[in-house]
Write a new protein. Structure first.
Length: 194
């Protein structure tokens, strides 16, 4: 029986998903510099799927070195717009530019999870959801951003899918937990096996 899993993320939503699914957990953020890793992988022409998987693995491996013999869960989510990686915004202006890029288009939200033990990955899974954004004027996008708190804006890849963000989309295909950043069904299946 699993006594607890270490969550290598400061995402409140990921913690809530674990709690809701009765998976005992302890939060220990990895504090890796994601931008350096992303830049390096983009130079190597890595796909958004590979970037997401590598970041999840890096986070889990780093934290698992501190917690010997314990399972550490790392996770990462990125937006894939026709093969272009869209990262979390660093400012409200950047958030507006991202929304303009996604405006009226279909993109993929890629979520990867990795479980590591003693500094090495022992399991990983990547899932995608397809989201089609409605077409909005710049004014409407600005009004939407005005309603979103800073915390929500910087934590949820521009749109808050479980909140006001749902109204931005004409079509959402895929698992809601994947969109929230933690494909829990597959994690539970893996934990059951062991």
């Amino acid at each position: 029986m699993l006594n607890k899993i270490i969550l290598a993320s400061k995402s409140k939503v990921r913690k809530e998903i674990l709690d809701k699914n009765s998976i005992p957990n302890q939060v220990e953020p990895s504090n890796i510099d994601e931008d350096i890793v992303k830049e390096s992988l983009i130079k190597e022409k890595a796909s958004p799927d590979i970037i997401s998987k590598n970041l999840a693995e890096l986070k889990a491996n780093k934290v698992s070195l501190k917690f010997q013999e314990q399972m550490v869960l790392g996770a990462d989510s990125v937006i894939d717009l026709n093969g272009e990686l869209i990262s979390k915004p660093e400012s409200r202006d950047e958030a507006l530019e991202i929304l303009k890029k996604l405006n009226g288009k279909k993109h993929f939200l890629v979520s990867s999870v990795c479980i590591s033990k003693n500094g090495s990955m022992i399991w990983n899974y990547t899932d995608k959801a397809a989201l089609t954004m409605k077409s909005f004027s710049d004014k409407e996008l600005k009004e939407y951003l005005f309603k979103i708190t800073d915390e929500a804006l910087y934590a949820y890849n521009v749109y808050q899918i479980e909140g006001k963000g749902k109204n931005l989309f004409s079509k959402i295909e895929g698992n809601e937990d994947t969109i929230m950043g933690l494909p829990i069904k597959q994690i539970k299946e893996y934990l059951k096996k062991i």
